[in-house]
Write a protein that binds this ligand. Sequence first.
Ligand code: TXA
Ligand code: MG
Length: 340
Amino acid sequence: MGAPRIIKVDPLRPERDRLAEVVDVLRGGGIVAFPTETVYGLGASVARVDAVAKIFRAKGRPQDNPLIVHIAAFDQLHEIAVVDSHIVDKLAEVWPGPVTVVLKRRRVPDAVTAGRNTVAVRMPGHPVALALIELLGEPVAAPSANRAGKPSPTAAQHVVEDLNGDVDLVVDGGETFFGVESTIVDLTQETPILLRPGPLTVEELERVFGPVKVPDFARGLSEAEAALAPGMKYRHYAPEKPLLVVTTDIVAAASTLVGRGLTPCIYWVGPEGPPRVDGARVMVLGRDPYEVARNLYGGLRMLDKEECDVGLFPAIEEKGIGLAIMNRVRKASRGSPGLL
Ligand code: TXA
Ligand code: MG
């Protein structure tokens, strides 16, 4: 299929007439990629199960992996989920924003929830995503707009690379703000459980919801139990080339590989300028963790395009958004051969 239609919008003050065209496509059962503050989503109106099925086909997504339902107002929350008023008050402190909550499901098509009795819901803070859902007047079911297994798209160009003609329309609102997917927290148990770390940090979650369980899989250290986190068992974010997490001196590690005739690509993180390492390439990700998060997926996508054999990623401190970064990097590096 040919290239998708692309509509450019102002990310902060999206043009209503352009969004009206996008809404027409959604109402007609089309699937649309759109920016959120985390990553680009691939959306369908929840009222169109035919379009929801199209999302699974376009992404190559397993049928047992449910989608997040995106809403623009609290009335919509009550239609799709069973939620106590004290939880609604807490949600009002974090929404709109980069956090998804798993709640008991009310009226949502099975196609969206993969037949589970829970539903993942998020009210995104990106002006384009919010305006789109508002204008449509229905919640929007959307996973990240990448081909299954690839890093999530943080720019419209990534969506086009991955999905091309399998998406009906791409709303180009520039680069996303955070660069990693939303924090997911399961609120159906006595104690909230972190299912996926993201831009809303554990520290912030605990301030609002009280103590939160952080299982090993949320750190990227083990496989998730499928019953709790259905999507976490699939290979994720992974470049084709091997990626190694380096806990020692990254320049020394790169030199070792150069000595073995390999060309490593160093991901450079930190306030100082990047080093020069003969025989290695260097990709600057950023000075601070937020900048690193924004450039992470673009950087992982670059690895396969660069003339190098292996990526080296420095272990960073797992606090704040650093927990989300290390979770993604560990998953992306899983299965890499022991080169070091
Ligand atoms: O930032 C984000 O969350 C982006 C933007 C587009 O909103 N979306 C996103 O969706 O990352 P996706 O589908 O790539 O990741 C959602 C994750 C999947 O791992 C899925 O299994 C999980 O949420 N999920 C969805 N419904 C669930 C449920 N009822 N219980 C547990 N996990 C659920
Ligand atoms: Mg995804």
